[in-house]
Design a protein around this ligand. Sequence first.
Ligand SMILES: *Cc1c(COP(=O)(O)O)cnc(C)c1O
Length: 327
Amino acid sequence: MQTPTIADVLEARRHLRPHLGPTPARSFPGLDRAAGTSVLVKHENTNPTSAFKVRGGLNLIGTMPSVERRRGVVGYSTGNHAQSLAYAARTFDVPCTIVMPDNPNPTKAQAVRDLGAELVEAGQTFDDCRSYAESIAQERGMRLVSAANERPIIAGVATLYLELIEDAPDLDAIVVPVGSGSGAAAACLVAESLAPSCRVVAVQSSASPAAYESWRAGEIVEPPNRTRAEGLATGSGFELPQHIFRERLAEFVLVDDDQIRDAQRIMLHEAHTLAEGAGAAALAAVLAYPDSFRDQRVALVCTGANASAAEIGAAVVEPVMASSVHG
Ligand SMILES: *Cc1c(COP(=O)(O)O)cnc(C)c1O
C-alpha cells in the first residue's frame, strides 16, 4: 500500500472545495486556563455529519471511477466512518450499504438512515461486521471501503491539517485522537511537509489501545477493545497508518475513559462545544500530561460531536467529588 504524498493532499483539497468549507480554529480563555497552556481547537465538529471523517469519504467516493460508482460502496463502522460514506454516497448519487454491530449508537444509526444509506446490523463485534460487509461486497460487486487502509481517505482527511497549519503556522504540537489512525497519519504527512518543527501527538483510550500497542510493537497487534468512546473503539492496528506512524509519529499517549469524560465536560463548559468522547480525547491528553505541553501553542482536534443522549447527560453533570473539592 502506497503512502499518500503532500501532492495527493493538495489534490484532495481541490476535489473537496466544491463540497466542504474550511472549519474554524478557535481559542477560548477559559480553556487555556483549564488546560494550563495555549490551546487552539480545530472544530471538525462543524463539518456536515459533525465529524472530520466526511473529508475522507468525499475524497474517496468523489474520485472513484464511474463503473465503481454505479455498483456502489459498502462499509462497516461503529458510526462516523459510516456517516461519512453515506453522506458522500448521497452527494455523488452512489448506492451505499453500511454494516454496524447490533444495537449501535442510535444517534449514529439514525443519521446513516437519514442520509439514505441501507443499514444492516450484523453481529456483536467489529469482526462480525467486517466479514458480513466482505460478503456483501462480493455478492453485489460493491467497493468495500476500509476505515483507514485507503490512500484517498487519508489524503482527504489531511486537508484539515492543511487548513490548521495555514491558520496557525507557529504551532508546537497537534494532538490527534486515534482509532484506526487515519487522522493522526494525515497529520504526520502534512506536518512533515509544512511544519516540520510541530510535533504530532497521537492519543488513544487505554481501554482500546490497538493503534498504540501496534506502534510500540512495530507490528499489528489486537489488544482488548472496551472503550466507551466509539470513535476510538478499534480492536486492531491498521496497516497504512501504522506504516506512516513508524516513520513519522513523534509521540503516542493513552488516557482513560474517565479522563475523556472529564475533558468532554470541560469542552462543554469552557468552549461551549459538544464533543463526543473521541472528540474530547485530545484535550484529555493535554490535561493528563501537562508537563509535555506547558508554554506551548497546542492544537486540539475536536474530531466529532456525535454523542448519544446518555453520553451528553454524563458530560453535563459535574462529578460529585471533583466539584465539591474545587467548588
Ligand atoms: C474515527 C474517529 C476518530 C479516530 O480517527 P481515526 O482516523 O480512526 O484514528 C476520532 N474521533 C472521532 C469523532 C472519530 O469519528
